[in-house]
Design a protein around this ligand. Structure first.
Ligand code: PLP
Length: 430
């Protein structure tokens, strides 16, 4: 078909038709480590990258390949690389471009695991991350120097849930040869970062992509629109001949293959060496999840908006944090990046502070109390006593976590049942 397909159709069909040897419609789980080469010449060509094909499951696998193709198609990218977790995706997204002595500029509004990775582990490895407040996109330009290799942000970061100014920051980076990497975990389908100039997206597939809460995984997606060849000095890892791969220059090899230089290097260098591969079984689970992603995202958004509106009428709730609610004109403009809904995450503040927050959590009967988001089930957590407890009070305030803050990830249950549980827990929290 030449006509572009809609997300609902791509989610079911992209990257797969049927197994050529058995006719199997469901994607088979290729639970194998290695692949028999046709002959010596075939093996030689695969290793020299003259031909693309299966060598070893650490770097490619036919089941994982279908997930990669499907998510690349849904995102409007040219290629993808699935990895063992969202954390592995964040680490590799940066390490694929930056090495000791280099830096990246990142938004302050980040998932705590990414914050730890950037502020501590990458720093220990000699890679500096400069954090800037996304309120002012020009802060990215001011923090940039000749060793800045990437910009990094989350589309819909919790707990603040303020949409990141993707276009403004992407436009600062492109002429300088600096790609914008967007973690779009909280907003699959409802935000399309490539449409606004981002070069790379990544996901923790653990969340909405799977939806079932059974499997940990991550993925990197390449827009194919970033001109690596034009920025040789800025991007040495993409441009210097790679001694580990017959002197390959990834920007040139990737351009010849349709603009896949970034993802190609991530696969054949980073994944080969660091080894955080996604298992075929998990890829199969994520494929099942993706099939219903458009339906699920619509319902997550609908239910969360209803909960946000309902919470707005409660006297014991001092603030509701949800895109479009209680935000200024400029932020409302940024929130317009979201299409078809405002996501499934929301926060609220209880007048009773920390004690009320903990009592609310303990009183829940239907919502699960877990450190996860994006599950089909509704989830809740009190960040001040859990995910953000190691921070000082000042750091917590900066992160947008007050003592009475509760984070909800609204699921797919009937809206009346979700609200009834929240209502009874609020009543008991006092
Ligand atoms: N990015 C975001 C926005 C997340 O919420 C998470 C996990 O909570 C991650 C990345 C890390 O993903 P994973 O838990 O799959 O390693």
């Amino acid at each position: 078909m030449t006509r572009p397909l809609h997300p609902e159709t791509l989610a079911l069909h992209a990257g797969w038709r049927a197994d050529p040897s058995t006719g199997s419609v469901a994607v088979p789980i290729h639970q194998t480590t290695s692949y028999q080469f046709h002959d010596a010449g075939h093996a030689r060509r695969l290793f020299a990258l003259e031909e693309l094909g299966n060598i070893y499951t650490r770097i490619m696998n036919p089941t994982v390949d279908v997930l990669e193709r499907r998510l690349a198609a849904l995102e409007g990218g040219v290629a993808a690389l699935a990895v063992a977790s969202g954390q592995a995706a964040s680490a590799m997204a940066v390490q694929n471009l930056a090495r000791a002595g280099d830096n990246i500029v990142a938004s302050t509004d980040l998932y705590g695991g990414t914050w730890n990775l950037f502020a501590n582990t990458l720093k220990d490895q000699g890679l500096e991350v400069r954090f800037v407040d996304p309120e002012d996109p020009q802060a990215f330009a001011r923090a940039t120097d000749e060793r800045t290799r990437a910009y990094y942000a989350e589309t819909l970061p919790n707990p603040k849930l303020r949409v990141f100014p993707i276009r403004e920051v992407a436009e600062i980076g492109r002429p300088l040869g600096i790609p914008l990497i967007m973690d779009n975990t909280a907003a699959p389908l409802i935000a399309r970062p490539f449409d606004h100039g981002a070069a790379i997206t990544l996901y923790s597939t653990t969340k909405y992509i799977g939806g079932h809460g059974t499997s940990i995984g991550g993925i990197l997606i390449d827009s194919g629109t970033f001109d690596w060849q034009a920025h040789a000095a800025r991007q040495p890892l993409m441009h210097l001949p790679d001694p580990s791969y017959h002197g390959a220059v990834w920007s040139d090899v990737g351009a010849a293959m349709g603009g896949i230089g970034y993802i190609l290097r991530a696969r054949v260098v980073m994944l080969r060496d660091l080894g955080a591969a996604m298992s075929p079984m998990n890829a199969f689970q994520f494929i099942q999840g993706v099939e219903t992603l458009p339906l699920r995202m619509a319902r997550h958004c609908e239910n969360a908006a209803a909960v946000a509106a309902w919470l707005g009428g409660r006297a014991d709730v001092t603030r509701v944090i949800y895109p479009g609610v209680q935000t200024g004109e400029e932020q409302r403009r940024r929130d317009a990046v979201l299409i078809g809904g405002h996501g499934g995450l929301l926060g609220f503040e209880l007048a009773g502070g920390r004690a009320a927050g903990e009592r609310f959590i303990d009183a829940l009967e239907l919502l699960y109390h877990v450190a996860n988001i994006g599950d089909a089930r509704s989830l809740a957590i009190h960040p001040a006593s859990t995910t953000h407890s190691q921070l000082t009070a000042e750091e917590r305030a900066q992160a947008g976590v007050t003592d009475g803050y509760v984070r909800l990830s609204i699921g797919l249950e009937h809206i009346d049942d979700i609200i009834a549980d929240i209502e009874q827990a609020l009543d008991r929290a006092g």
